[in-house]
Design a protein around this ligand. Structure first.
Ligand SMILES: [Zn+2]
Length: 612
């Protein structure tokens, strides 16, 4: 049976089951039992026809029935896996609509993550420990995903502290795309000195034997420095990518829309994902946007890609919509990149932006390629829309397109996006950079950055996400907590009351809203018959825990397309085992990924060792 027929048959069975349920209360069994049933759950379905349920059944990777335990038990056959959720909350699988997931996977095993670490003292101790287990030719690197305000000390490290922690191992610590710190060994390894050249909009500051790299505001120096460090072998990249996707599953994420990334070239740097997608059991669905890497070659890139690439072809062997090329962005032309370094003044885009962006937009619009474009500030959005409007109207462009970030977008530009059929993808970058933003632009501006309520009220399709792994952490619960509380990871209350969302709204953006961005809102984001069987059981009830606890929620069971991809606590052992981390000295083998606040380092080591 082909997939489409299977879906149709499953839906037919589901409606048959409903009919049976309505004519008889006796325990009729369905003819074709489910692969998996989950009972005794508190299910948030996001299906308006049945918002709440306690059970659901999955067959051939789709939900086939949702209802009471008794209704769903009828789907149980001799080979059906049955999961008793123990009264836990079940939600549709989360969808990050802006995650640099392919690049994140390529680097995951190389990086020491400070995500979730609550003191600089602990962060430096991790560097000390990691330096001792890092081979001579390798680096210790902390590449974003943290904010100084999450630390008890509420400050960044100094080059001298990095030297004390890692006297002989080159070490790079990056804060968002704003600033980076090198220890003495790092300066030596890169052969840097006062006369070292820097790209425009960047500088070195040599202090304490080490150096501070300033993006003012272009991150080119940061991209360039990361690019000089040794990379993983192809085999290790494969393990790194698989492990990163499984780390995302840990938080209930089942899909991500990839926004490309600087220093991450298509197609060469996508090999590990392609390889993983060719194997069974891809744990996360990925829709990928192609990102132009080299200034001056953007138009040639998009002309070539629109010629040789086919959109929406499933490149995954055994996962529907598992890995597809979705469109172009978030970088269309470098001249349109308004970098969000709030430690520096807002960059004014160059005069060449309009003509360069127009040339690329014409190509993409003529091929009806979906488009997404990075734009932090309203000033940039105005100029981008000036380019888009006439081209989209003249070409009758009807593909999906997205403005990414939009922290300072005005009501006027929200209305323009709405009129032109576009969407906005928001992320919790302010949870990491909010204090710095407020210092430069004031608390009032920070209170509506971005203006979530106006965006929702305007009816513009809205996706949610993180923009991980560098300008924020990849943990979706930090983003959901930020949507609900309006507070930074440092606890600063930034968003005004009207820009704080209800828990229902936040979850809806993180599922259905994000699914719109990849054109999948009809098959993703609900626990309902005919939808992809992507869901998570949570360790605590998102809808009733105290607000302060939302950020630390994790999944105890995550299922993608009917396959268990993460299992912890009572469900431990249900997910496929991962082998040992490659290479063995990887920080992930010692520290795992996102730090649990209450977790001692010995627990995290044993978690990593058992491969969860
Ligand atoms: Zn961006």
């Amino acid at each position: 049976m082909n997939a489409r027929l299977a879906v149709f048959a499953a839906m037919l069975l589901a409606s048959l089951a409903t009919t049976l349920a309505s004519c008889s209360s006796s325990a009729h069994r369905v003819d074709e039992p489910a692969d998996l049933i989950v009972v005794n759950a508190r299910v948030t379905t996001q299906d308006p026809s049945r918002p709440a349920a306690s059970a659901f059944a999955v067959k051939n990777g789709e939900f086939v029935a949702v209802g009471s335990d008794a209704e769903v038990e009828r789907w149980r056959g001799p080979d059906t896996k049955r999961i008793d959720a123990g009264g836990r909350r079940a939600i549709p699988g989360l969808v990050d609509s802006h995650l640099h997931v392919v690049r994140g996977g390529r680097f995951y095993n190389l990086e020491l993550r400070w995500d979730g670490v609550d003191s600089l003292e602990r962060g430096l101790a991790m560097i000390r420990e990691q330096a001792a287990r890092t081979p001579k030719d390798q680096w210790v690197r902390v590449i974003g995903g943290w904010s100084p305000y999450q630390f008890r000390e509420r400050r960044m490290p100094t080059p001298a502290e990095l030297h004390a922690a890692a006297p002989n191992t080159p070490t790079l610590v990056m804060f968002l795309y704003s600033r980076a710190f090198l220890n003495e060994a790092g300066v030596r390894a890169l052969g840097l000195g006062p006369n070292s050249p820097t790209p425009r909009g960047a500088r070195y500051e040599f202090v304490e034997g080490g150096a501070i790299l300033h993006a003012e505001p272009s991150p080119a120096l940061l991209y360039g420095t990361i690019g000089k460090l040794p990379q993983l072998s192809a085999e290790d990249q494969l393990d790194s990518t698989r492990r990163f996707l499984r780390e995302l599953n840990r938080f209930g994420l089942t899909s991500a829309i990839d926004a490309g990334g600087g220093g991450h070239a298509y197609p060469d740097d996508y090999r590990a994902l392609r390889e993983l997608a060719s194997q069974p059991g891809l744990p996360l669905r990925i829709s990928s946007y192609l990102f132009a890497q080299k200034q001056g070659e953007e138009l040639a890139d998009f002309e070539r890609w629109t010629r040789v690439e086919t959109l929406d072809v499933d490149l995954a062997a055994e996962r529907e919509h598992g890995y597809v090329i979705e469109g172009a962005g978030e970088n269309l032309v470098w001249s349109a990149g308004d970098f969000e370094n709030f430690l520096a003044p807002r960059p004014e885009l160059g005069r060449e932006m309009e003509s360069e962006l127009a040339a690329v937009t014409r190509v993409l619009a003529s091929k009806r390629w979906p488009i997404r474009i990075h734009a932090t500030y309203d000033e940039s959005i105005s100029r981008v829309l000036d380019v888009f409007e006439p081209i989209f109207r003249a070409s009758g462009y009807d593909a999906r397109w997205v403005i990414d970030h939009a922290e300072t977008i005005s009501e006027r530009n929200i209305a323009r996006i709405r009129a032109l059929g576009g969407a906005v993808a928001v992320q919790n970058r302010m949870a990491f950079a909010g204090e710095v933003f407020a210092e430069r632009y004031g608390r009032e501006a920070a209170a509506s950055a971005p203006p979530l309520r106006k965006l929702l009220d305007a009816g513009v399709p809205l996706g949610a996400g993180t923009d991980a792994t560098r300008v924020s952490s990849y943990n979706p619960w930090l983003a959901i907590a930020w949507l609900v509380t309006g507070r930074t990871v440092g606890g600063t209350q930034l968003a005004s009351p009207e820009n704080r969302l209800s828990r229902e709204e936040a979850l809806s953006l993180y599922t259905l809203g994000s699914a719109w961005i990849s054109g999948e809102e009809r098959i993703k984001g609900r626990i309902a018959p005919g939808q992809h069987a992507d869901f998570a059981l949570l360790d605590r009830d998102y809808f009733s825990v105290a607000e302060e606890q939302i950020a630390s929620i994790e999944a105890v069971l995550t299922v993608t397309g009917g396959d268990v991809v993460h299992a912890a606590g009572p469900f431990d052992g249900l997910a496929p085992q991962l082998g040992p981390v490659r290479p063995a000295w990887s920080p992930v083998a010692r520290f795992g990924g996102f730090a649990r606040a209450t977790q001692s380092s010995s627990t995290s080591a044993s978690t990593a060792a058992t491969g969860r």
